[in-house]
Design a protein around this ligand. Structure first.
Ligand code: FVH
Length: 287
């Protein structure tokens, strides 16, 4: 007999998750607010649940991937009597406090709750580059379903705080958007010169960012040790340099807005006596 799973939400990501289980041979029950989106998956063998309760009752393991946690609560509210004995894995993006609230609410109906964060885009689901973060009050429950979740990518269980997966998910996305901000600012600056293209500039930017990624290891150690002693690039010197980025951006007609927040914190760190330290001292000015 094949394994069973239910999946709520057939947006871009939910469809990719459901398809993976259909392809793997699970009896896959799907539900979506707009049922028309289910047709291609039903054609591949998935079963469409006509109600939320039917979707929950079809399997012990239920994955949910909706737009936000308000939608998750709104959806599950329609079938709370069906929740006892079920394991709900909520892969919806949200804040740590939302995850804790949904966990408390779901478990109050006798279900097990695990929150997840998907560090992948839909095309990556099931590939070696797809990483999924999980956390929840019952590590035993996670162990029990880990082999089912492994079809989606590499699983990392982060502990018993249901908010931990969301916190790390958002922290990783913050890193990504910081990278994107740097990409957009540097590309706008470089291409403000006639003849430079974004693709051409990327040939310089990619190896430079790769080298700087290595430098993050030293910065992380300085932060963990609380010792910001520089290995050569002191903050006072860096503040003098970053001012030129702000100035040149304005001269070239490029907004310096993406770099001003770190520029301002570097300046404050120097004012507070970190001029001879490394840029890692900025961590003290993130509150
Ligand atoms: N797609 C991505 O690249 C990222 C990768 C990392 C993880 N995110 C998160 O995954 C959640 C779902 O994202 P998505 O890409 O599937 O999103 P959409 O294509 O916009 O689909 C949204 C689904 O949510 C349903 N929905 C919206 N509101 C409600 C509601 N009030 N009640 C019930 N369902 C609702 C919507 O239904 P419908 O519009 O088709 O009827 C879709 O199924 C998300 O947290 C990402 O941050 C994706």
């Amino acid at each position: 007999m094949s394994k069973q799973i239910s999946l709520f939400g057939l947006g871009a990501m939910g469809k990719a998750l459901a398809l993976k289980y259909v392809e793997t041979g699970y009896t896959t029950t799907i539900w979506n607010r707009s049922p028309g989106k289910a047709e291609p998956l039903v054609a591949r063998g998935a079963k469409l649940a006509s109600t939320v309760a039917d979707g929950i009752e079809a399997s012990t393991l239920i994955l949910i991937c909706l737009l936000d946690n308000a939608s998750v609560k709104e959806t599950l509210s329609k079938a709370t009597p069906s929740l006892p004995g079920k394991t709900i894995v909520n892969l919806t993006n949200g804040t740590p406090s939302q995850a804790r609230q949904v966990s408390e609410w779901v478990t109050s109906f006798g279900a097990v709750y695990i929150h997840g964060g998907i560090m992948a885009v839909p095309d990556m689901i099931g590939s070696p580059h797809s990483v999924l973060l999980y956390s929840g009050e019952s590590p035993e429950a996670f162990d029990h379903i880990e082999s089912d979740l492994a079809y989606l990518g590499t699983s990392k269980f982060l502990g018993t705080d249901p908010g931990s997966a969301s916190l790390h998910d958002l922290a990783l996305l913050a890193g990504m958007y910081g990278l994107f901000s740097g990409f957009f600012h540097s590309t706008a600056l470089a291409t403000s010169e006639a003849g430079t293209t974004a693709s051409g500039f990327l040939q310089l930017l990619t190896p430079w960012l790769g080298a700087m990624t290595h430098y993050l290891g030293a910065l992380a150690k300085q932060i963990d040790d609380g010792d910001y002693t520089t290995q050569g690039s002191n903050l006072a010197m860096q503040v003098a340099g970053i001012q030129n980025i702000v100035k040149a951006s304005k001269e070239q007609g490029v907004s310096p807005a993406f770099i001003l927040p770190i520029f301002e914190r570097m300046g404050r760190a120097v004012e507070k006596g970190h001029g001879e330290d490394d840029v890692s001292a900025v961590i003290e000015f993130m509150g």
